[in-house]
Design a protein around this ligand. Sequence first.
Ligand SMILES: [Fe+2]
Ligand SMILES: [Fe+2]
Length: 395
Amino acid sequence: MQIKWTEEAPRKIQRYAGADYPAENPDLEDVLTSADVDYVAEIFQTPLSGSYNWDYAIQDDRIKKLYDLGKQLNWDPEMDIDWDRPWPAEERAPEMMNLHDYEPYLAMDEKTKDEFWLHMNAWSLSQFLHGEQGALLVASQLCSCAPTLNAKLYAASQTFDEARHVEVFNKYLQQRIGMMYPINTHLKSIIDKILTDERWDMKFIGMQIVIEGLALSAFATARETTPDEVLKDVLYLVTRDEARHVTFGVNYLEEFIKTLTDEEREERAQFAYEACAISRERLVATDVFRHFGWDVEEARKKVLEGFVMSTFRNLLFQRVIPNLARIGLLTEKIRPKFESLGVLDYENLATDGDIDWSVLERPLDTQEAQSYEQTMMAAFAKKHEEEEARVDSAA
Ligand SMILES: [Fe+2]
Ligand SMILES: [Fe+2]
């Protein structure tokens, strides 16, 4: 075992031999074989304030029930997903990304365009993978520092869930796509902040409410848009677990935040806002643009100007905003800041605090993954229509 310590996260794209993706690998000298792989590790320091719990009386409450569900609904990436299904024809989405009239994109030949979309796909899935590793590390910290026994047990079951999520996205990227992108610097900075804060509730707010809330929306969109049945199954199984994690966060924090002083509450509200604001920045695949030699700032602006991206960026907050409202962190002081991000409209949507047990308790059924209702895309289409009607009536 060779461990290579680094000062910061690697910035290079990694490639893996033998993936399902049929195209030849363009720069084969970069392909890793298992003999080349060092364990690349980066140190972070954390002043974690942990706690024992000496009162073993288990309260039979919602948290206990979520823990029990975590045990019952275990799945195995090797057993529950059929990995042998063929790779589908990759879809291009230049309109989605506002690239359909972008000169550097149009100048690519057909083969390079295919490569480009493969890279875009690899980039987003890599961010899912790195985010899952962050969740794994945070969940393990929560075992130590959550103050009640039920929450410690629950955090242990979440830790195992996150381990499977890391496993399944890693396998998908290495086996199916054959390429992995480094972590986006904005995502890395949020995870750093969550891991190194010593207050346990900041970890909960950052991870269970903001990162996992955004992930729920992003996974739903990916599941609706991917042509790959394997990825649909992966996202279905991961999403089921994440729904439990967010529900736990909302239920647990709702009680706790009531016990804080106004000043402490404002501090948490500010922290949640900052995590949301940085998260909006992390959605553009600037590393891919750099790889293809584009002017990164120009391409970034172009993508963000598109109607789809500007709407999608906000749609991602459909889960986070009502949950923040529910736990008491949309304070009067912080509201104008969220208002300027344009996401306060979602404030009164349903929260993940009202538990629909019949949904959470449903047995695993990957058939269901393939016939997924088009919630987010439908919401997007509706907004698009409204926007067009508005433009028409103004004209
Ligand atoms: Fe996860
Ligand atoms: Fe999670």
